[in-house]
Design a protein around this ligand. Sequence first.
Ligand SMILES: [Ca+2]
Ligand SMILES: [Ca+2]
Length: 298
Amino acid sequence: MSNAGGSGAGDGMYSKLIDDEAGYGELNIRPDVGHSAHPVSPIRTIPRPSGPGSYRLATICLATLCAVLLISIIAVAANNKNKPQSSGEETSEVQKQKQEANVTALMASITKLQQEKKKLQEEKDELLVRLASRRTTKAPNVIRPTPQATKAPIVCPTDWHLFNSSCYFISRTTRDWPESKSFCESKGAHLAIILTAEEQTFLWNLLPRGHWNAYWFGITDGHTEDQWKWVDETPLVGGFWEVGEPNNHINEDCGYIVKTQVLERVPIRSWYDAPCTMYWPFICEKEMVPGASTAIPH
Ligand SMILES: [Ca+2]
Ligand SMILES: [Ca+2]
């Protein structure tokens, strides 16, 4: 055995140790070099990856970590993907149900409208039948109202005054009430029957003012006290009595209108009752028929 041989064997062993130690990586203890007589203290070096083994391990670790991360990401993504999909499915289902409900409601509306249309069509047909029936049964020669003949204007005789369709006469002579009534009737008229405030005012305006200008007109309660009637036997409704009248003060059964010098007196409160035997002027009224003779008997 030579030293060289012994030395070579020792180098081979050493190289193998280096390789093995390098495989562990972190602690690199350098043994004595050349078996020097001076022992060298072991040197601790900064661990660093070195050698293909370290990179493989790191690569494996990184790959593992990457795989774990990738799996985690995929799992999270899948989870997140499943959730909205589920919600979306539910939403879609609800929408589908709503749409089906809408379709059902629309179909019901269409059916109802069709029924109403049919009913209206029937009513229309019935109305058309009625209209056609009326047209056929209508008299071909309808008697149409002829235009009214032009109304002849009412012309009152001299000393008679027209209001509406009546002529009024204000006497200048005096008579008691029965004689006044007879006089008017002899003229084809009657003592005035005054039914409206307008008529009353019209006559009032015809009368002259005086100390106590009184005029008989056609009202009496001679048949039954306080039951006033017109000369045509119709009962009095309302009237234009002065306040406190009629009072039958001295057996007063005939009505008259008075007009004085007092301007405050008003036509609608100018009626009094008095004994029918008093002599006063009077008012006659004659209803006129358009186109009829206006002649007044003398
Ligand atoms: Ca009386
Ligand atoms: Ca009186």
